[in-house]
Design a protein around this ligand. Sequence first.
Ligand SMILES: [Zn+2]
Length: 73
Amino acid sequence: MTEAARYFWLPVADEKSGYGLTRHAFPGRRADADLAQPAHCGQTFALATPSEMDWICAPTCQDCNDTLKATRR
Ligand SMILES: [Zn+2]
């Protein structure tokens, strides 16, 4: 079972985040992803290539986190 192949985390532009970006979890693999994709929390985001600062500063989406935990059971 390779957990990493089933979803990926990516910081995306999110107006609800204080930083401007939130790290959401998306199904599938980053390499196969479209320009915009629905995250596990149900919202659709445009996927861009984040900077190193974005990875460090963007908070994790709690809804995505909870959804992944719930489906792992
Ligand atoms: Zn999310």
